[in-house]
Design a protein around this ligand. Structure first.
Ligand code: AR6
Length: 186
């Protein structure tokens, strides 16, 4: 585990299962359909129970008028059977060798999720490593974008605690290196 204070907020890196985190919200690396999938999305839906899918369907038909949630955007649902009270669903970019503004889209996932958390009055949030599984974003590059974006958002606002929950020791090491490099004094 590694913890850094950023402007009075705490940024924590750890290995673990995001479905077990007792933070106000956990973030889901979803797809635009919001109807579930594999990876962390599947794990979150399994642990939250069927009511999560029902609320996601309602968001698709009502808030999104049948459209897909766009890449980089985020929406809030309840957490149902999860220890976390809320789930923030965001859609990461599919890796295309860095083309089509992928870094910006990945940064938007982190920024928009934090915005929703702040607007909803939440003070702790857990993120997975968005886009680095099925969506194929190289972990080194994704870690740099994730850490840079989180540190810059935390420098500008009061959030509380932000965790990045890595599913393997290898991913953890990569995120730890990115955080050490990001927070070096100038
Ligand atoms: N806790 C924490 N991290 C996890 C967990 C877990 N329980 N399970 C997997 N991971 P992925 P993506 C890690 O593929 O690349 C889905 O089908 C995993 O090891 O879940 O954004 C969606 O529906 C990896 O490091 O998300 C989309 O279609 C990270 O979470 C698509 O996959 C992200 O891997 C999204 O792909």
């Amino acid at each position: 585990m590694m913890e850094k204070q950023v402007n009075g907020n705490s940024l924590v890196l750890l290995t673990g299962d995001i479905t077990e985190q007792h933070t106000d919200a956990i973030v889901n690396a979803a797809n635009g359909s919001l109807l579930g999938g594999g990876g962390v999305d599947g794990a979150i839906h399994r642990a939250a129970g069927k009511r999560l899918l029902e609320e996601c369907k309602e968001i698709r038909t009502q808030k999104l008028k049948g459209d897909y949630l766009s890449t980089g955007e985020a929406v809030l649902t309840k957490g149902y059977d999860l220890p976390a009270e809320y789930v923030i669903h965001t859609v990461g970019p599919i890796w295309k060798k860095g083309k089509d503004g992928q870094e910006k889209l990945l940064a938007n996932c982190y920024r928009n999720s934090l915005d929703i958390a702040a607007r909803s009055g939440l003070s702790s949030i857990s993120f997975p490593s968005i886009s680095t599984g099925v969506y194929g974003y190289p972990v080194e590059e994704a870690a740099t974008v994730a850490i840079r974006t989180l540190v810059s958002c935390l420098n500008r606002r009061e959030v509380g605690e932000v965790r990045v929950v890595l599913f393997s020791e290898k991913d953890y090491q990569i995120y730890e290196k990115a955080l050490k490099e990001e927070t070096l004094p100038p």
